[in-house]
Design a protein around this ligand. Sequence first.
Ligand code: INI
Length: 168
Amino acid sequence: MTVFEGTFAPVSPPYRFAIVIARFNDLVTDKLVSACQDCLKRHGIDTEPDHDQVDYVWVPGSFEVPLVARKLALSGRYDAIICLGAVIRGQTPHFDFVASEAAKGIASIALQTGVPVIFGILTTDTMEQALERAGIKSNHGWHYALNALEMASLMRQMPSSFASGQIV
Ligand code: INI
Protein backbone atom coordinates (compact mmCIF):
# COMPACT_ATOMS: atom_id res chain seq x y z
CA MET A 1 0.00 0.00 0.00
CA THR A 2 1.48 3.34 -1.04
CA VAL A 3 0.75 6.50 0.93
CA PHE A 4 0.67 9.76 -1.02
CA GLU A 5 0.86 12.93 1.03
CA GLY A 6 1.55 16.55 0.05
CA THR A 7 4.53 18.34 1.58
CA PHE A 8 5.41 22.03 1.85
CA ALA A 9 9.01 21.91 0.64
CA PRO A 10 10.22 23.86 -2.42
CA VAL A 11 10.23 21.84 -5.65
CA SER A 12 11.88 21.97 -9.04
CA PRO A 13 10.55 23.19 -11.39
CA PRO A 14 8.95 25.68 -8.98
CA TYR A 15 5.19 25.77 -8.56
CA ARG A 16 3.08 28.26 -10.43
CA PHE A 17 -0.12 29.51 -8.87
CA ALA A 18 -2.97 31.75 -9.98
CA ILE A 19 -5.07 33.68 -7.50
CA VAL A 20 -8.56 34.82 -8.57
CA ILE A 21 -9.94 37.56 -6.34
CA ALA A 22 -13.45 39.04 -6.16
CA ARG A 23 -13.51 42.85 -5.78
CA PHE A 24 -16.94 42.73 -4.10
CA ASN A 25 -16.30 43.24 -0.35
CA ASP A 26 -12.68 44.10 -1.12
CA LEU A 27 -12.21 45.29 2.45
CA VAL A 28 -12.20 41.56 3.19
CA THR A 29 -10.73 40.08 0.00
CA ASP A 30 -7.69 42.43 0.06
CA LYS A 31 -6.83 40.98 3.47
CA LEU A 32 -7.26 37.40 2.22
CA VAL A 33 -4.81 38.08 -0.62
CA SER A 34 -2.22 39.57 1.75
CA ALA A 35 -2.32 36.52 4.00
CA CYS A 36 -2.12 34.21 0.99
CA GLN A 37 1.00 36.03 -0.21
CA ASP A 38 2.53 35.91 3.26
CA CYS A 39 2.09 32.12 3.45
CA LEU A 40 3.39 31.52 -0.08
CA LYS A 41 6.45 33.74 0.52
CA ARG A 42 7.29 31.90 3.73
CA HIS A 43 7.26 28.68 1.72
CA GLY A 44 9.76 29.99 -0.81
CA ILE A 45 7.34 31.22 -3.49
CA ASP A 46 8.08 34.52 -5.26
CA THR A 47 4.72 36.32 -5.10
CA GLU A 48 5.75 39.46 -7.03
CA PRO A 49 3.22 39.96 -9.84
CA ASP A 50 5.88 40.37 -12.59
CA HIS A 51 8.00 37.39 -11.58
CA ASP A 52 5.89 34.71 -13.24
CA GLN A 53 5.38 32.41 -10.28
CA VAL A 54 2.05 33.82 -9.09
CA ASP A 55 -0.51 35.49 -11.35
CA TYR A 56 -3.42 37.56 -10.00
CA VAL A 57 -6.81 38.01 -11.65
CA TRP A 58 -9.42 40.39 -10.23
CA VAL A 59 -13.09 39.82 -11.05
CA PRO A 60 -16.19 41.87 -10.09
CA GLY A 61 -17.70 39.39 -7.62
CA SER A 62 -17.62 35.80 -6.41
CA PHE A 63 -20.18 34.82 -9.06
CA GLU A 64 -17.58 35.54 -11.78
CA VAL A 65 -14.79 33.56 -10.08
CA PRO A 66 -15.53 30.11 -11.60
CA LEU A 67 -15.48 31.31 -15.23
CA VAL A 68 -12.03 32.81 -14.83
CA ALA A 69 -10.72 29.93 -12.71
CA ARG A 70 -11.82 27.55 -15.48
CA LYS A 71 -9.92 29.49 -18.13
CA LEU A 72 -6.80 29.52 -15.94
CA ALA A 73 -7.08 25.79 -15.17
CA LEU A 74 -7.45 24.92 -18.85
CA SER A 75 -4.29 26.89 -19.70
CA GLY A 76 -2.20 24.12 -18.14
CA ARG A 77 0.14 26.76 -16.63
CA TYR A 78 -0.72 26.34 -12.97
CA ASP A 79 -0.17 23.76 -10.23
CA ALA A 80 -3.16 25.14 -8.34
CA ILE A 81 -5.63 27.99 -8.48
CA ILE A 82 -6.71 29.83 -5.34
CA CYS A 83 -10.16 31.47 -5.48
CA LEU A 84 -10.81 34.28 -3.01
CA GLY A 85 -14.09 36.04 -2.27
CA ALA A 86 -16.42 37.14 0.50
CA VAL A 87 -20.15 36.51 0.26
CA ILE A 88 -22.00 38.24 3.08
CA ARG A 89 -25.63 37.39 3.71
CA GLY A 90 -27.20 40.80 4.34
CA GLN A 91 -30.97 40.99 3.90
CA THR A 92 -31.50 39.50 0.41
CA PRO A 93 -31.62 35.98 -1.09
CA HIS A 94 -28.84 37.10 -3.48
CA PHE A 95 -26.39 35.59 -0.98
CA ASP A 96 -27.63 32.05 -1.52
CA PHE A 97 -27.41 32.25 -5.31
CA VAL A 98 -23.95 33.81 -5.37
CA ALA A 99 -22.52 31.50 -2.69
CA SER A 100 -23.93 28.32 -4.16
CA GLU A 101 -22.94 29.11 -7.77
CA ALA A 102 -19.41 29.97 -6.66
CA ALA A 103 -19.10 26.73 -4.67
CA LYS A 104 -20.58 24.52 -7.40
CA GLY A 105 -18.52 26.19 -10.11
CA ILE A 106 -15.23 25.89 -8.26
CA ALA A 107 -15.82 22.23 -7.38
CA SER A 108 -16.73 21.30 -10.94
CA ILE A 109 -13.69 23.06 -12.47
CA ALA A 110 -11.31 21.04 -10.31
CA LEU A 111 -13.06 17.81 -11.26
CA GLN A 112 -13.26 18.64 -14.96
CA THR A 113 -9.67 19.81 -15.37
CA GLY A 114 -7.73 17.82 -12.76
CA VAL A 115 -6.17 21.06 -11.46
CA PRO A 116 -6.61 21.75 -7.72
CA VAL A 117 -8.90 24.75 -7.26
CA ILE A 118 -8.99 26.03 -3.69
CA PHE A 119 -12.36 27.25 -2.37
CA GLY A 120 -11.36 30.44 -0.58
CA ILE A 121 -14.77 32.13 -0.64
CA LEU A 122 -15.83 33.20 2.84
CA THR A 123 -19.58 32.89 3.43
CA THR A 124 -20.80 34.69 6.52
CA ASP A 125 -23.90 36.36 7.93
CA THR A 126 -22.20 39.68 8.69
CA MET A 127 -19.25 41.82 7.66
CA GLU A 128 -17.94 41.51 11.21
CA GLN A 129 -17.78 37.70 10.90
CA ALA A 130 -16.02 38.02 7.54
CA LEU A 131 -13.42 40.40 8.98
CA GLU A 132 -12.85 38.05 11.92
CA ARG A 133 -11.88 35.38 9.37
CA ALA A 134 -9.76 37.79 7.35
CA GLY A 135 -7.36 38.99 10.00
CA ILE A 136 -9.15 40.21 13.12
CA LYS A 137 -9.09 36.77 14.77
CA SER A 138 -7.32 34.63 12.19
CA ASN A 139 -6.84 34.93 8.48
CA HIS A 140 -8.20 32.11 6.35
CA GLY A 141 -6.19 33.40 3.37
CA TRP A 142 -3.08 31.89 4.96
CA HIS A 143 -4.73 28.48 5.14
CA TYR A 144 -6.03 28.66 1.57
CA ALA A 145 -2.44 29.17 0.38
CA LEU A 146 -1.29 26.24 2.52
CA ASN A 147 -4.04 24.08 0.99
CA ALA A 148 -2.83 25.09 -2.49
CA LEU A 149 0.77 24.13 -1.63
CA GLU A 150 -0.32 20.77 -0.23
CA MET A 151 -2.50 19.93 -3.23
CA ALA A 152 0.17 21.09 -5.72
CA SER A 153 2.68 18.81 -4.02
CA LEU A 154 0.25 15.90 -3.88
CA MET A 155 -0.64 16.16 -7.56
CA ARG A 156 3.05 16.13 -8.55
CA GLN A 157 3.57 12.97 -6.52
CA MET A 158 0.75 11.02 -8.09
CA PRO A 159 2.24 8.86 -10.86
CA SER A 160 1.47 10.01 -14.39
CA SER A 161 0.08 6.54 -15.05
CA PHE A 162 -2.92 7.56 -12.95
CA ALA A 163 -5.86 9.08 -14.81
CA SER A 164 -5.31 12.73 -15.76
CA GLY A 165 -8.51 13.84 -14.08
CA GLN A 166 -10.13 14.78 -17.37
CA ILE A 167 -13.75 13.70 -17.56
CA VAL A 168 -14.53 12.39 -21.02
N1 INI B 1 -20.50 39.15 -4.72
C1 INI B 1 -19.67 38.79 -3.73
O1 INI B 1 -18.50 38.42 -3.98
N2 INI B 1 -20.09 38.86 -2.43
C2 INI B 1 -21.35 39.24 -2.09
O2 INI B 1 -21.67 39.29 -0.88
C3 INI B 1 -22.25 39.59 -3.13
N3 INI B 1 -23.60 40.01 -2.81
O3 INI B 1 -24.02 39.88 -1.65
O4 INI B 1 -24.35 40.49 -3.67
C4 INI B 1 -21.79 39.55 -4.46
N4 INI B 1 -22.59 39.91 -5.48
C5 INI B 1 -22.10 40.21 -6.81
C6 INI B 1 -21.98 38.96 -7.68
O5 INI B 1 -20.86 38.18 -7.28
C7 INI B 1 -21.76 39.31 -9.15
O6 INI B 1 -20.58 40.06 -9.28
C8 INI B 1 -22.93 40.13 -9.74
O7 INI B 1 -24.16 39.48 -9.50
C9 INI B 1 -22.75 40.27 -11.27
O8 INI B 1 -22.76 39.01 -11.93
